[in-house]
Design a protein around this ligand. Structure first.
Ligand SMILES: [Zn+2]
Ligand SMILES: [Zn+2]
Length: 69
């Protein structure tokens, strides 16, 4: 899979991860790894309280959307 963000910029980078929200391929330069508490709605785990945060791999757009929420 190729990095979608790089593709938009005319570059051709191999994706190392995917955004867990929208599923687009992301390279190391574009993936945002964030430790967050359980997301509203509980995706992808049941919405009970967890002691540890979950690492999330997000693209910039989904990260911004999450942060603005
Ligand atoms: Zn990229
Ligand atoms: Zn995304």
């Amino acid at each position: 899979m190729k990095c979608y963000m790089c593709a938009l910029e005319g570059k051709d980078s191999e994706a190392v991860s995917i955004c867990i929200a929208c599923g687009m391929g992301l390279c190391m330069d574009h993936v945002i790894r964030d430790e967050v508490e359980i997301w509203e709605g509980g995706y992808p785990l049941p919405s009970k309280k967890h002691e540890k945060t979950l690492p999330k791999m997000l693209c910039k757009w989904c990260y911004d959307a999450y942060r603005s929420g």
